[in-house]
Design a protein around this ligand. Structure first.
Ligand code: C2O
Ligand code: CU
Ligand code: CU
Length: 422
């Protein structure tokens, strides 16, 4: 429902059962019975309120990933909605158009609760991006990608950090779905919503993706390529032109990431139909990015394990929701040097910072491409790498915000810390 100054959404968290694999019923935890959760479409400049009612037996906290929101609506890990209770989250939607997503963030249990279904898309649109003439409406398709392990009855198997057994990759909650496309350009919003699985996407015919947006919205200029690497929580918006594919042909979206495990390679089948008139276009300039300014200080952040090698840790420490790891000045810019260079262990990690969109500068001194630079809220930190990034605290909000590895199997096992914007 809506009022003059905001839109109100009601979301109920509840156990649900759905058919994902043929002939089998899978128990899930869902928002409004939907797997993944319902897609919320917001507009820049118009606030949303989301009233979440918890009808599960476990507590929850709902975080809008990538959003500029007050701490009281950020879904902090200990700001919990207990079973039987409700909470209203306020999302001001002051930021530019972007593909955001919401997910559970309850302390220590977010990995399992997200895995069991507590995640969905939240899209912000704005007039500036509408004016570009990119493919829209029915030609704008979100693809929410995650992996899962099932037992013979179709139940989800969950063991913390057992990512290798999650060999079934689902797209929009379905295993190897078909998508009918017309011969024209499409915008695909790709989200890696897996707990711990990096993916690298290609089209089976080697076709081109024109990358137009990253985590927090549009790139300055489109970037052409034939593969898209996304680690957990990263997003990319791409334009794919099906005009060059014959009517009646099929092509696949494939995952070719070289991991030790062997998931299904074909994620989705596009069935190409008749041509249709296509007035959409991809302009050479999409948006002008802000200058993040000069850093006032440098922070060193080490991603790894604690000294006794019993848990994943940031700077050697387990997450403590009562500890402020550092304070940042509102309106300032910082240089973060994020290391995964311990050398003893070979775990991949990532860095996600709530509240901000940051600029990734380089990996082991090599500048990153424009598609990975800005606007980012999550960046991959492979073993052996040092990644430098500029973080600007532009938001009007102050208070406590988490930063963490977005391998949720790691964040649930202590790999989280928090800053306070003052
Ligand atoms: Cu998407 Cu703190 O997370
Ligand atoms: Cu987040
Ligand atoms: Cu990690």
């Amino acid at each position: 429902s809506s009022t003059a100054d905001h839109d109100l959404y009601d979301m109920t968290l509840a156990p649900t059962t759905a058919s994902i694999l043929p002939g089998l019923q899978t128990p899930l935890l869902t928002f409004n019975g939907s797997f993944p959760g319902p897609t919320i479409r917001a507009r820049r400049g118009r606030a949303s309120k989301v009233r979440v009612t918890n009808r599960m037996t476990t507590p929850s906290s709902v975080h809008l990933h990538g959003a500029d929101v007050a701490p009281s609506s950020d879904g902090h890990p200990v700001d919990l909605i207990q079973p039987g209770e409700s909470k209203i989250y306020h999302y001001p939607n002051r930021q530019p158009a972007a593909t955001l997503w919401y997910h559970d963030h309850a302390h220590h249990i977010e990995a399992e609760q997200v895995y069991r279904g507590l995640a969905g898309l939240y899209l912000i649109g704005d007039a500036e991006s509408d004016a570009l003439g990119l493919p829209g409406g029915q030609y704008d398709i979100p693809l929410f990608i995650r992996d899962a392990a099932f037992d013979e009855q179709g139940r989800l198997l969950f063991t913390l950090d057992d990512f290798a057994s999650r060999r079934v990759v689902l797209v929009n909650g379905a295993h190897q779905p078909f998508v009918q496309v017309r011969r024209r350009k499409y915008r695909l919003r790709l989200v890696n919503a897996a707990n711990s699985r990096p993916i690298r996407l290609v089209l089976s015919d080697g076709g081109e993706f024109v990358r137009i947006a990253s985590d927090g919205g549009l790139l300055e200029h489109p970037v052409r390529g034939t593969s898209i690497e996304l680690w957990p929580a990263e997003r990319a918006e791409v334009v794919v032109d099906f005009t060059n594919h014959a009517t009646g042909s099929t092509l696949y979206l494939e995952n070719v990431f070289n991991g030790p495990e062997t998931p299904n390679r074909q994620l989705l089948q596009f069935q190409v139909g008749e041509p249709v008139p296509d007035p959409s276009r991809v302009p050479d300039t999409l948006r002008t990015h802000p200058d993040l300014g000069e850093p006032i200080l440098t922070r060193t952040i080490n991603m790894g394990r604690d000294a006794t090698n019993t848990f994943y840790a940031i700077n050697g420490l387990p997450y403590d929701p009562d500890r402020i790891d550092f304070r940042c000045k509102r309106g300032s810019t910082e240089l973060w040097v994020v290391n995964n260079t311990d050398g003893q262990y070979n775990f991949p990690h990532s860095m996600h910072v709530h509240l901000v969109q940051f600029r990734v500068l380089d990996r082991n001194g090599v500048p990153v491409g424009p598609e990975e630079a800005y606007p980012k809220d999550t960046v991959r930190i492979p073993a052996g790498q040092t990644v430098r990034m500029l973080v600007r605290f532009e938001s009007p909000f102050t208070g406590v915000y988490p930063y963490h590895c977005h391998f949720l199997d790691h964040s649930s096992a202590h790999m989280m810390a928090q800053l306070e914007v003052v």
